[in-house]
Design a protein around this ligand. Structure first.
Ligand SMILES: CC(C)(COP(=O)(O)OP(=O)(O)OC[C@H]1O[C@@H](n2cnc3c(N)ncnc32)[C@H](O)[C@@H]1OP(=O)(O)O)[C@@H](O)C(=O)NCCC(=O)NCCS
Length: 189
């Protein structure tokens, strides 16, 4: 086998790939009006909520970074019961760096759902869908036209929730890593 071909085979063997789905929701299409259980109250997050929100995510970001995002215009809708945050949905209106090689550029009227989370104690009861519907309606009322969201194709629950709420797969990107570490540029399928 020629040397080049053997190297290519070796690289293929060392590669692990995941499929990233980019979904879009046209906010001009009807958004269901859903009601929350009485135990939950909805409000926009403020600076003082960021520590609790960060903790729910497993401290993936610095709160300074989140505070700066709120100042730039990001919004976070949350649900609480007995003064404890049980769910939140974070949306941004500025470009999002999704991976080393890939920044999602947002056009005017586009927003990106950075993260949505429902505490496991409240999961599977329609709370995520209700929160997402409320966020989409608020973004639409503020002039938004499309909401974009992204997830790995094996995130079954999230994909089910997004599909139920009218999101459709817009693009599929394959992201590979060499030896499980080094990312290669994503390919659009
Ligand atoms: C994804 C998440 C927000 C969904 O919230 P939720 O309140 O449990 O969702 P809902 O009860 O509104 O369910 C909406 C849909 O999601 C899917 N779903 C919910 N729970 C599911 C489960 N256990 N198994 C399979 N599908 C499920 C179904 O399609 C469901 O629609 P249906 O009720 O008509 O069957 C929640 O599971 C979560 O916080 N997960 C961890 C964080 C995460 O993955 N966030 C998404 C990042 S993109």
């Amino acid at each position: 086998m020629p040397f080049r071909e053997s190297i290519q085979r070796l690289v293929e063997k060392m590669k692990t790939c995941e499929e990233w789905l980019e979904l879009r929701r046209d906010l001009r299409e009807p958004i269901p009006d859903r009601t929350l259980p009485d135990a939950l109250q909805m409000r926009w997050a403020e600076k003082d909520d960021l520590f609790a929100i960060n903790a729910l995510q497993g401290f993936v970001k610095e709160t300074d970074f989140m505070e700066a995002a709120l100042r730039r215009g990001d919004r976070c809708l949350l649900l609480e019961s007995e003064n404890r945050i049980q769910a939140f949905a974070w949306v941004t209106f500025t470009d999002v760096r999704l991976a080393t090689w890939y920044t999602l550029r947002l056009a005017p009227g586009e927003s990106y759902l950075v993260y949505i989370f429902v505490h496991p104690a409240f999961a599977g009861r329609g709370i995520g869908s209700t929160l997402l519907a409320a966020l989409m309606a608020a973004v639409r009322d503020g002039g938004g036209i499309h909401m974009i969201s992204g997830m790995y194709s094996n995130w079954r629950v999230s994909l089910g929730m997004h599909t139920k709420m009218g999101f459709r797969v817009h693009r599929r990107l394959t992201q590979c890593r060499l030896m499980g570490i080094f990312p290669t540029p994503p390919k659009v399928a």
